[in-house]
Design a protein around this ligand. Structure first.
Ligand code: ATP
Ligand code: MG
Length: 388
Protein backbone atom coordinates (compact mmCIF):
# COMPACT_ATOMS: atom_id res chain seq x y z
CA UNK A 1 0.00 0.00 0.00
CA UNK A 2 2.72 2.44 0.99
CA UNK A 3 4.59 1.58 -2.21
CA UNK A 4 1.56 2.44 -4.26
CA UNK A 5 1.18 5.71 -2.43
CA UNK A 6 4.78 6.70 -3.10
CA UNK A 7 4.47 5.69 -6.75
CA UNK A 8 1.39 7.85 -7.14
CA UNK A 9 2.83 10.78 -5.22
CA UNK A 10 5.97 10.78 -7.32
CA UNK A 11 4.02 10.08 -10.49
CA UNK A 12 6.32 7.21 -11.45
CA UNK A 13 5.84 3.57 -12.15
CA UNK A 14 7.51 1.12 -9.81
CA UNK A 15 7.76 -2.62 -9.71
CA UNK A 16 8.66 -5.37 -7.30
CA UNK A 17 10.87 -7.65 -9.32
CA UNK A 18 12.68 -10.96 -9.19
CA UNK A 19 13.01 -13.38 -6.32
CA UNK A 20 10.41 -11.87 -4.03
CA UNK A 21 7.62 -12.40 -6.53
CA UNK A 22 8.84 -15.91 -7.32
CA UNK A 23 8.89 -16.81 -3.64
CA UNK A 24 5.49 -15.24 -2.95
CA UNK A 25 3.96 -17.36 -5.68
CA UNK A 26 5.64 -20.41 -4.22
CA UNK A 27 4.42 -19.46 -0.77
CA UNK A 28 7.95 -19.21 0.53
CA UNK A 29 9.10 -16.66 3.01
CA UNK A 30 11.26 -13.99 1.46
CA UNK A 31 12.74 -10.95 3.11
CA UNK A 32 14.60 -9.40 0.18
CA UNK A 33 12.44 -7.05 -1.80
CA UNK A 34 13.84 -5.64 -5.03
CA UNK A 35 12.10 -2.56 -6.35
CA UNK A 36 12.70 -1.02 -9.74
CA UNK A 37 11.58 2.57 -10.11
CA UNK A 38 11.13 4.19 -13.48
CA UNK A 39 12.44 7.45 -12.17
CA UNK A 40 14.44 8.66 -9.19
CA UNK A 41 14.97 5.54 -7.11
CA UNK A 42 16.80 7.40 -4.39
CA UNK A 43 13.95 9.81 -3.77
CA UNK A 44 11.58 6.86 -3.78
CA UNK A 45 13.73 5.03 -1.21
CA UNK A 46 13.93 8.11 1.01
CA UNK A 47 10.15 8.41 0.98
CA UNK A 48 9.79 4.72 1.72
CA UNK A 49 12.20 4.95 4.58
CA UNK A 50 10.31 7.85 6.11
CA UNK A 51 7.60 5.30 6.59
CA UNK A 52 9.81 2.33 7.52
CA UNK A 53 12.29 4.14 9.71
CA UNK A 54 15.02 1.68 8.84
CA UNK A 55 18.69 2.06 8.01
CA UNK A 56 19.24 3.46 4.55
CA UNK A 57 22.35 3.30 2.39
CA UNK A 58 22.45 5.47 -0.68
CA UNK A 59 24.66 4.98 -3.72
CA UNK A 60 24.40 8.20 -5.70
CA UNK A 61 26.62 6.92 -8.46
CA UNK A 62 24.45 3.94 -9.30
CA UNK A 63 21.18 5.65 -8.32
CA UNK A 64 20.38 2.83 -5.96
CA UNK A 65 19.49 2.60 -2.28
CA UNK A 66 19.27 -0.19 0.25
CA UNK A 67 16.97 -0.09 3.25
CA UNK A 68 17.21 -2.45 6.15
CA UNK A 69 14.06 -2.42 8.23
CA UNK A 70 13.40 -5.22 10.72
CA UNK A 71 14.04 -8.44 8.90
CA UNK A 72 13.33 -6.90 5.50
CA UNK A 73 15.85 -5.59 3.01
CA UNK A 74 14.65 -3.31 0.24
CA UNK A 75 16.88 -2.78 -2.77
CA UNK A 76 15.64 0.13 -4.78
CA UNK A 77 17.11 0.77 -8.22
CA UNK A 78 16.34 3.43 -10.76
CA UNK A 79 15.47 2.12 -14.19
CA UNK A 80 17.60 3.66 -16.87
CA UNK A 81 16.95 7.30 -17.37
CA UNK A 82 18.09 7.61 -20.98
CA UNK A 83 14.77 6.30 -22.18
CA UNK A 84 13.08 9.35 -20.78
CA UNK A 85 15.50 11.82 -22.34
CA UNK A 86 15.08 10.18 -25.73
CA UNK A 87 11.40 10.10 -25.92
CA UNK A 88 9.69 12.05 -23.20
CA UNK A 89 6.87 10.33 -21.47
CA UNK A 90 5.37 8.00 -24.03
CA UNK A 91 3.87 5.18 -22.05
CA UNK A 92 5.16 2.41 -24.28
CA UNK A 93 8.67 3.76 -23.89
CA UNK A 94 8.17 3.99 -20.16
CA UNK A 95 7.37 0.34 -20.33
CA UNK A 96 10.65 -0.25 -22.14
CA UNK A 97 12.44 0.51 -18.88
CA UNK A 98 10.97 -2.36 -16.96
CA UNK A 99 11.23 -4.60 -20.01
CA UNK A 100 14.95 -3.87 -20.18
CA UNK A 101 15.24 -4.58 -16.50
CA UNK A 102 13.43 -7.87 -16.83
CA UNK A 103 15.39 -8.98 -19.88
CA UNK A 104 18.68 -8.59 -18.04
CA UNK A 105 17.67 -11.22 -15.51
CA UNK A 106 18.89 -14.79 -15.31
CA UNK A 107 15.95 -17.21 -15.48
CA UNK A 108 12.30 -16.93 -16.41
CA UNK A 109 11.26 -17.67 -12.83
CA UNK A 110 13.10 -14.51 -11.80
CA UNK A 111 11.66 -12.41 -14.60
CA UNK A 112 8.32 -11.62 -13.08
CA UNK A 113 7.55 -8.07 -12.11
CA UNK A 114 4.67 -6.78 -10.05
CA UNK A 115 3.38 -3.43 -11.26
CA UNK A 116 2.72 -1.64 -7.99
CA UNK A 117 0.35 1.02 -9.32
CA UNK A 118 -1.71 -1.36 -11.43
CA UNK A 119 -1.55 -4.22 -8.97
CA UNK A 120 -0.77 -6.79 -11.62
CA UNK A 121 2.00 -9.16 -12.58
CA UNK A 122 3.97 -8.62 -15.77
CA UNK A 123 5.01 -11.98 -17.13
CA UNK A 124 6.99 -11.48 -20.33
CA UNK A 125 8.67 -14.87 -20.52
CA UNK A 126 6.13 -17.29 -19.15
CA UNK A 127 7.74 -17.26 -15.76
CA UNK A 128 4.43 -18.14 -14.12
CA UNK A 129 4.16 -21.34 -16.15
CA UNK A 130 7.75 -22.24 -15.39
CA UNK A 131 7.17 -21.74 -11.69
CA UNK A 132 4.06 -23.88 -11.91
CA UNK A 133 5.94 -26.58 -13.78
CA UNK A 134 9.04 -26.25 -11.60
CA UNK A 135 11.38 -25.40 -14.42
CA UNK A 136 14.53 -23.34 -14.63
CA UNK A 137 14.98 -21.82 -18.04
CA UNK A 138 17.21 -19.19 -19.58
CA UNK A 139 15.79 -16.90 -22.23
CA UNK A 140 18.66 -16.82 -24.67
CA UNK A 141 21.43 -19.17 -25.70
CA UNK A 142 24.29 -16.96 -24.57
CA UNK A 143 23.00 -16.50 -21.05
CA UNK A 144 25.56 -18.68 -19.24
CA UNK A 145 28.29 -17.40 -21.47
CA UNK A 146 27.36 -13.77 -20.70
CA UNK A 147 27.51 -14.43 -16.99
CA UNK A 148 28.83 -17.80 -15.84
CA UNK A 149 27.78 -17.15 -12.23
CA UNK A 150 24.38 -18.20 -13.58
CA UNK A 151 25.73 -21.75 -13.77
CA UNK A 152 26.01 -21.78 -10.00
CA UNK A 153 22.76 -19.92 -9.58
CA UNK A 154 20.91 -22.47 -11.71
CA UNK A 155 22.13 -25.30 -9.51
CA UNK A 156 21.30 -23.38 -6.35
CA UNK A 157 17.75 -22.65 -7.45
CA UNK A 158 17.16 -26.15 -8.74
CA UNK A 159 18.07 -27.68 -5.39
CA UNK A 160 16.54 -25.02 -3.17
CA UNK A 161 13.23 -24.95 -4.99
CA UNK A 162 13.35 -28.54 -6.20
CA UNK A 163 13.05 -27.40 -9.83
CA UNK A 164 14.41 -29.09 -12.94
CA UNK A 165 16.67 -27.54 -15.53
CA UNK A 166 14.72 -27.30 -18.76
CA UNK A 167 16.50 -29.63 -21.25
CA UNK A 168 17.77 -26.94 -23.61
CA UNK A 169 18.93 -24.86 -20.64
CA UNK A 170 20.75 -27.88 -19.27
CA UNK A 171 22.42 -28.39 -22.62
CA UNK A 172 23.55 -24.75 -22.67
CA UNK A 173 24.82 -25.08 -19.14
CA UNK A 174 26.85 -28.16 -20.05
CA UNK A 175 28.24 -26.45 -23.12
CA UNK A 176 29.18 -23.40 -21.16
CA UNK A 177 31.02 -25.52 -18.60
CA UNK A 178 32.78 -27.51 -21.33
CA UNK A 179 33.80 -24.28 -23.07
CA UNK A 180 35.49 -23.15 -19.88
CA UNK A 181 33.31 -20.06 -19.44
CA UNK A 182 33.89 -20.29 -15.70
CA UNK A 183 37.52 -19.37 -16.36
CA UNK A 184 36.26 -15.90 -17.24
CA UNK A 185 35.14 -15.37 -13.66
CA UNK A 186 37.56 -14.00 -11.12
CA UNK A 187 38.41 -16.43 -8.34
CA UNK A 188 36.71 -14.02 -5.92
CA UNK A 189 33.46 -14.31 -7.79
CA UNK A 190 33.76 -18.07 -7.98
CA UNK A 191 34.35 -18.33 -4.25
CA UNK A 192 31.48 -15.96 -3.61
CA UNK A 193 29.18 -18.34 -5.49
CA UNK A 194 30.54 -21.24 -3.46
CA UNK A 195 29.95 -19.41 -0.20
CA UNK A 196 26.39 -18.75 -1.34
CA UNK A 197 26.03 -22.49 -1.82
CA UNK A 198 27.28 -23.10 1.71
CA UNK A 199 24.61 -20.78 3.08
CA UNK A 200 21.85 -22.86 1.54
CA UNK A 201 19.88 -25.46 3.47
CA UNK A 202 21.07 -28.30 1.27
CA UNK A 203 24.58 -27.56 0.01
CA UNK A 204 25.36 -31.25 -0.25
CA UNK A 205 23.04 -31.82 -3.19
CA UNK A 206 24.25 -28.65 -4.90
CA UNK A 207 27.88 -29.73 -4.59
CA UNK A 208 26.87 -33.16 -5.86
CA UNK A 209 25.50 -31.42 -8.94
CA UNK A 210 28.72 -29.42 -9.25
CA UNK A 211 30.52 -32.75 -9.40
CA UNK A 212 27.96 -34.23 -11.73
CA UNK A 213 28.57 -31.43 -14.21
CA UNK A 214 32.30 -31.58 -13.48
CA UNK A 215 32.44 -27.98 -12.43
CA UNK A 216 34.82 -28.82 -9.58
CA UNK A 217 37.37 -30.17 -12.07
CA UNK A 218 37.30 -26.87 -13.93
CA UNK A 219 37.79 -24.82 -10.81
CA UNK A 220 40.03 -26.86 -8.55
CA UNK A 221 42.31 -28.55 -11.06
CA UNK A 222 42.03 -32.08 -9.80
CA UNK A 223 41.73 -31.36 -6.09
CA UNK A 224 39.06 -33.70 -4.81
CA UNK A 225 36.13 -31.97 -3.24
CA UNK A 226 34.26 -33.61 -0.38
CA UNK A 227 30.48 -33.88 -0.39
CA UNK A 228 29.91 -35.91 2.73
CA UNK A 229 28.24 -34.19 5.69
CA UNK A 230 27.99 -30.82 3.97
CA UNK A 231 24.47 -30.32 5.28
CA UNK A 232 25.47 -30.59 8.90
CA UNK A 233 25.58 -27.56 11.17
CA UNK A 234 27.97 -26.61 13.93
CA UNK A 235 27.59 -26.62 17.68
CA UNK A 236 29.67 -23.46 17.80
CA UNK A 237 31.53 -21.17 15.42
CA UNK A 238 30.89 -19.96 11.93
CA UNK A 239 28.75 -22.13 9.66
CA UNK A 240 30.25 -20.95 6.37
CA UNK A 241 33.80 -21.56 7.51
CA UNK A 242 32.83 -24.98 8.87
CA UNK A 243 31.25 -26.01 5.59
CA UNK A 244 34.19 -24.59 3.67
CA UNK A 245 36.46 -26.86 5.70
CA UNK A 246 34.26 -29.89 5.08
CA UNK A 247 34.26 -29.06 1.38
CA UNK A 248 38.08 -29.04 1.38
CA UNK A 249 38.40 -31.90 3.82
CA UNK A 250 40.49 -34.03 1.49
CA UNK A 251 42.97 -31.33 0.57
CA UNK A 252 46.58 -32.32 1.17
CA UNK A 253 49.26 -30.14 2.68
CA UNK A 254 50.97 -29.91 -0.70
CA UNK A 255 47.85 -28.37 -2.26
CA UNK A 256 47.55 -25.66 0.32
CA UNK A 257 49.90 -23.12 -1.22
CA UNK A 258 48.36 -23.60 -4.62
CA UNK A 259 44.83 -23.07 -3.26
CA UNK A 260 45.78 -20.06 -1.19
CA UNK A 261 47.58 -18.46 -4.06
CA UNK A 262 44.88 -19.09 -6.62
CA UNK A 263 41.89 -18.18 -4.45
CA UNK A 264 43.42 -15.75 -2.04
CA UNK A 265 41.19 -17.06 0.75
CA UNK A 266 40.29 -14.71 3.57
CA UNK A 267 42.76 -15.00 6.43
CA UNK A 268 40.58 -16.97 8.78
CA UNK A 269 39.63 -19.40 5.99
CA UNK A 270 43.21 -20.07 5.10
CA UNK A 271 44.11 -20.44 8.79
CA UNK A 272 41.17 -22.84 9.19
CA UNK A 273 42.41 -24.93 6.31
CA UNK A 274 45.97 -25.21 7.57
CA UNK A 275 44.66 -25.96 11.08
CA UNK A 276 42.50 -28.70 9.65
CA UNK A 277 45.38 -30.28 7.80
CA UNK A 278 47.64 -30.09 10.80
CA UNK A 279 45.08 -31.73 13.07
CA UNK A 280 44.41 -34.45 10.50
CA UNK A 281 48.08 -35.25 10.23
CA UNK A 282 48.34 -35.60 14.00
CA UNK A 283 45.15 -37.46 14.80
CA UNK A 284 47.08 -40.64 15.57
CA UNK A 285 49.00 -38.87 18.37
CA UNK A 286 45.92 -38.00 20.41
CA UNK A 287 46.58 -40.33 23.33
CA UNK A 288 45.86 -38.15 26.35
CA UNK A 289 44.38 -34.83 27.37
CA UNK A 290 47.55 -32.85 27.28
CA UNK A 291 48.34 -33.86 23.70
CA UNK A 292 44.79 -33.02 22.71
CA UNK A 293 45.06 -29.69 24.46
CA UNK A 294 48.34 -28.85 22.79
CA UNK A 295 47.10 -29.77 19.35
CA UNK A 296 43.71 -28.07 19.60
CA UNK A 297 44.36 -25.02 21.74
CA UNK A 298 45.23 -22.51 19.03
CA UNK A 299 43.21 -24.10 16.24
CA UNK A 300 40.06 -22.72 14.69
CA UNK A 301 36.99 -24.16 16.38
CA UNK A 302 35.48 -24.83 12.97
CA UNK A 303 38.45 -27.03 12.05
CA UNK A 304 37.94 -29.07 15.21
CA UNK A 305 34.22 -29.29 14.45
CA UNK A 306 34.96 -30.52 10.94
CA UNK A 307 37.23 -33.21 12.33
CA UNK A 308 34.47 -34.24 14.72
CA UNK A 309 31.96 -34.56 11.92
CA UNK A 310 34.17 -36.44 9.51
CA UNK A 311 36.05 -38.83 11.76
CA UNK A 312 34.99 -42.01 13.58
CA UNK A 313 33.72 -42.65 17.07
CA UNK A 314 37.11 -42.59 18.82
CA UNK A 315 38.00 -39.16 17.53
CA UNK A 316 34.48 -37.89 18.20
CA UNK A 317 34.88 -38.88 21.85
CA UNK A 318 38.17 -37.02 22.06
CA UNK A 319 36.68 -33.88 20.53
CA UNK A 320 33.68 -34.10 22.85
CA UNK A 321 36.01 -34.31 25.81
CA UNK A 322 38.01 -31.35 24.50
CA UNK A 323 34.91 -29.15 24.25
CA UNK A 324 33.17 -30.36 27.37
CA UNK A 325 36.03 -30.91 29.79
CA UNK A 326 39.48 -29.82 28.69
CA UNK A 327 38.57 -26.52 27.12
CA UNK A 328 36.24 -25.50 29.88
CA UNK A 329 38.80 -26.19 32.56
CA UNK A 330 39.33 -23.00 34.53
CA UNK A 331 41.84 -22.03 37.15
CA UNK A 332 40.51 -20.90 40.48
CA UNK A 333 43.46 -18.64 41.10
CA UNK A 334 44.26 -15.49 39.15
CA UNK A 335 46.70 -12.59 38.88
CA UNK A 336 45.53 -11.08 42.16
CA UNK A 337 46.76 -14.14 44.00
CA UNK A 338 50.20 -13.73 42.43
CA UNK A 339 50.23 -10.07 43.44
CA UNK A 340 49.44 -10.97 47.03
CA UNK A 341 52.47 -13.23 47.06
CA UNK A 342 54.55 -10.18 46.31
CA UNK A 343 55.39 -10.32 42.60
CA UNK A 344 55.05 -7.13 40.60
CA UNK A 345 52.76 -7.44 37.58
CA UNK A 346 54.68 -8.47 34.46
CA UNK A 347 54.41 -10.97 31.61
CA UNK A 348 55.64 -13.60 34.03
CA UNK A 349 52.09 -13.68 35.44
CA UNK A 350 50.81 -15.23 32.24
CA UNK A 351 53.63 -17.73 32.16
CA UNK A 352 52.90 -18.82 35.74
CA UNK A 353 49.16 -19.17 35.11
CA UNK A 354 49.78 -21.04 31.85
CA UNK A 355 52.07 -23.44 33.64
CA UNK A 356 49.54 -24.13 36.37
CA UNK A 357 46.81 -24.56 33.78
CA UNK A 358 48.98 -27.07 32.00
CA UNK A 359 49.62 -28.92 35.26
CA UNK A 360 45.89 -29.01 35.86
CA UNK A 361 45.17 -30.54 32.46
CA UNK A 362 47.89 -33.10 33.08
CA UNK A 363 46.06 -34.08 36.23
CA UNK A 364 48.85 -32.98 38.57
CA UNK A 365 46.54 -30.49 40.22
CA UNK A 366 43.17 -31.48 41.55
CA UNK A 367 41.98 -28.86 44.00
CA UNK A 368 42.10 -25.17 44.74
CA UNK A 369 44.66 -25.91 47.48
CA UNK A 370 46.85 -27.70 44.93
CA UNK A 371 46.67 -24.65 42.70
CA UNK A 372 47.84 -22.39 45.55
CA UNK A 373 50.60 -24.77 46.48
CA UNK A 374 51.82 -24.84 42.91
CA UNK A 375 51.52 -21.08 42.64
CA UNK A 376 53.69 -20.57 45.73
CA UNK A 377 56.35 -22.85 44.27
CA UNK A 378 56.43 -20.92 41.00
CA UNK A 379 56.54 -17.54 42.76
CA UNK A 380 59.42 -18.69 44.96
CA UNK A 381 61.29 -19.84 41.88
CA UNK A 382 60.76 -16.54 40.15
CA UNK A 383 61.88 -14.65 43.22
CA UNK A 384 65.03 -16.75 43.31
CA UNK A 385 65.60 -15.75 39.71
CA UNK A 386 65.13 -19.29 38.41
CA UNK A 387 63.55 -20.06 35.11
CA UNK A 388 60.09 -21.53 35.16
P1 ATP B 1 17.87 -15.34 -3.23
O1 ATP B 1 16.73 -15.87 -2.49
O2 ATP B 1 19.00 -16.29 -3.40
O3 ATP B 1 18.33 -13.98 -2.77
P2 ATP B 1 17.03 -13.95 -5.52
O4 ATP B 1 16.24 -14.39 -6.70
O5 ATP B 1 16.50 -12.84 -4.70
O6 ATP B 1 17.30 -15.22 -4.68
P3 ATP B 1 19.43 -12.41 -5.79
O7 ATP B 1 20.81 -12.98 -5.96
O8 ATP B 1 19.09 -11.75 -4.53
O9 ATP B 1 18.45 -13.61 -6.08
O10 ATP B 1 19.17 -11.48 -7.02
C1 ATP B 1 17.97 -10.75 -7.16
C2 ATP B 1 17.47 -10.80 -8.59
O11 ATP B 1 18.47 -10.24 -9.45
C3 ATP B 1 17.24 -12.24 -9.11
O12 ATP B 1 15.93 -12.66 -8.87
C4 ATP B 1 17.55 -12.11 -10.56
O13 ATP B 1 16.40 -11.69 -11.26
C5 ATP B 1 18.56 -11.00 -10.65
N1 ATP B 1 19.93 -11.52 -10.77
C6 ATP B 1 20.80 -11.76 -9.78
N2 ATP B 1 21.96 -12.24 -10.25
C7 ATP B 1 21.83 -12.29 -11.59
C8 ATP B 1 22.70 -12.68 -12.67
N3 ATP B 1 23.92 -13.16 -12.43
N4 ATP B 1 22.21 -12.57 -13.90
C9 ATP B 1 20.98 -12.10 -14.13
N5 ATP B 1 20.12 -11.73 -13.19
C10 ATP B 1 20.54 -11.82 -11.92
MG1 MG C 1 17.71 -11.99 -3.01
Amino acid sequence: MILKKISCEMGVKSYIVGGYIRDKILNLESNDIDITVEGDGIRYALMLNKFLNGKIEIHEKFKTAKIQADKYTFDVVSARKEYYTHSGILPDVELADIVEDIKRRDFTINMLAFDIKEGMIIDLCNGLDDIKNKIIRVVHDKSFNDDPTRIFRALRYSVRLDFKLEPHTELLLKQSIANGDIDNLSTDRIMNEIYLIFSEKNPETIVKLMKHYRIDEKIFDGIKINIRNLNTCVRCGDLLLYRFLLFFYNVKKDDLDYLNEKFNFKRQYSKGLSDLIEIKMNLYTLKDDIVVYNLFKDKKIEAINAIYTMEGENIKKIVDRYFEVIRSLKLEINGDDIKELGLRPSPIYKKILDNIYYDKICGKIRSKEDEFERLKQYVEKVKRGEKI
